[in-house]
Design a protein around this ligand. Structure first.
Ligand code: SF4
Length: 443
């Protein structure tokens, strides 16, 4: 490309110049919400191989395709029976408004799936609106108490999250209302930076003790999940499985957050596609695939993404960002309020400001009133239903009467990169690329 005096530098491009000048103004790192903006290898880099002469497809109008899944079958006496393998990921009351949390609970309950409290404890309406509620136990222990452990349907011990593995939560003071401060036993209006490490453990042996404590506290009834931010997935999944988890939740780099230093969003963790493959490999090597169940999250946008994750070996997926987009995040409404934050509908990532124009990521009563619970719940229900139908379309096309029967043989890689990550044959070839990327026994 010819260069003249107006050509921007590729090294010092406009984004880099703006970044440096913002940090020079702020005197600290920059904070952003939503998720990484990087181009990553994703589930979209795979394609299904539907039936032809070698297999018979299922007739959509006459033949059923089961989407149900039971989570927590390893040890829990009362596993969760979901009608669809798409769950709602943990998002706190604080990060989200009360109306948003209630709408997620109502929408998920109507399609027969679970929601999750997120950080900061269980609000009474979490329990009221969600028939199946997963209660998070985070390093912060904000609002965590034994009575809510009893009220929950499953417990999720959070070791990390995909958007920012290796660090704790961040809730800026403008979203810390008196009620949220009371629930978390912290002062209102002050930034809350959650610890990144559980106060009572230093390693996997302590995780095993914590799991046993929770099992005894719940009479071995409730499934215990362990949630990991995707980093050293192979080793971490093995340790969580050996510590006694019923389900391991692996949250990839594309996972969302309501606030994070932007350097963590863009420069930590690994993409969901690679995380699934490492997790499955770890469980296979322990001979625990299908015994310890795998829930995958981070950038799942469609029922097709969910079906591909299941074909790669997951038992279920969780959605966070997609669920709040279904609520109305980034909708072209109250546009002047987006502009007042320096944002545009369709490209907003300003949840940390507390000024969410559509009433989702805010504690301002006037903004919250823009999200009527019933209407928002209907959109969540519709979206979960649409995703479930998309999964069934893919499964039927591949000749499967259960979405859970999709497997790696139903997939091919569309790019060299995704072929190397997944070990699937590149479309148009019959064998995986013969590289021994896993050392002994791999390739
Ligand atoms: S519209 Fe609201 S929830 Fe969506 S990114 Fe913007 S501030 Fe966050």
């Amino acid at each position: 490309m010819p260069i003249d005096e107006t050509t921007p530098s590729r090294i010092w491009d406009r984004a880099s110049i703006h970044d440096i000048q913002e940090k020079a103004r702020l005197g600290r790192y920059r904070i952003r919400a939503f998720s990484t903006a990087r181009q990553l290898p994703t589930l979209e880099d795979l394609t299904f191989l539907p039936s032809g002469l070698t297999r018979v497809p299922l007739e959509g109008y006459r033949e059923t395709c089961d989407t149900s899944v039971t989570l927590g079958t390893r040890f829990a006496k009362k596993p969760l029976q979901l009608k669809t393998p798409i769950t709602i990921a943990g998002m706190s009351y604080g990060a989200l408004s009360r109306n948003a949390k209630e709408a997620l609970g109502l929408g998920a309950t109507r399609v027969g799936t679970s929601t999750c409290t997120g950080d900061g404890g269980m609000h009474p309406s979490d329990r009221e609106y969600s028939k199946m509620l997963v209660y998070q136990c985070l390093p912060s222990r904000y609002g965590f108490n034994p009575k809510d452990v009893q009220r929950a349907d499953a417990i999720e011990i959070v070791v990390g999250q995909g958007a920012k593995p290796g660090t704790g939560g961040l809730l800026l003071g403008q979203k810390v209302s008196p009620e949220i401060a009371r629930m978390r036993d912290l002062p209102d209006g002050v930034d809350q930076r959650s610890p990144c490490r559980h106060p009572d453990w230093m390693g996997p042996e302590d995780l095993a003790i914590k799991i046993e404590e929770l099992r005894e506290a719940t009479n071995w009834e409730k499934p215990i999940y362990v949630k990991l931010g995707a980093a050293r997935v192979y080793e971490d999944v093995k340790l969580a499985a050996k510590a006694g988890a019923d389900c391991v939740v692996v949250d990839g780099m594309e996972g969302g957050t309501a606030a994070s230093p932007d350097v963590l969003l863009d420069h930590t963790g690994i993409p969901t596609l690679g995380a699934i493959c490492e997790a499955v490999r770890a469980l296979e090597d322990l001979k625990l695939l299908g015994v310890v169940q795998l829930i995958v999250c981070g950038g799942i946008k469609t029922g097709v993404d969910a079906a591909k994750a299941i074909a790669l070996g997951a038992d279920a997926v969780a959605i966070g960002t997609a669920a709040i987009i279904a609520l109305n995040c980034n909708a072209p409404l109250w546009i002047e309020d987006y502009h007042a934050m320096g944002a545009e509908p369709g490209a907003c990532h300003h949840c940390h400001t507390g000024r969410c124009p559509v009433g989702i990521a805010t504690q301002d009563p006037e903004l919250m009133s823009r999200l009527p619970v019933e209407e928002a719940a209907e959109r969540v229900e519709n979206f979960l239903h649409a995703m479930t139908l998309e999964m069934q379309i893919m499964a039927r096309a591949c000749g499967k009467s259960q979405v859970g029967n999709l497997d790696r043989d139903d997939l091919r890689a569309l790019t060299l990169e995704s072929a190397l990550i997944t070990g699937l044959p590149l479309a148009g070839t019959r064998r995986p690329i013969p590289l021994n990327l896993w050392g002994e026994g791999g390739g």
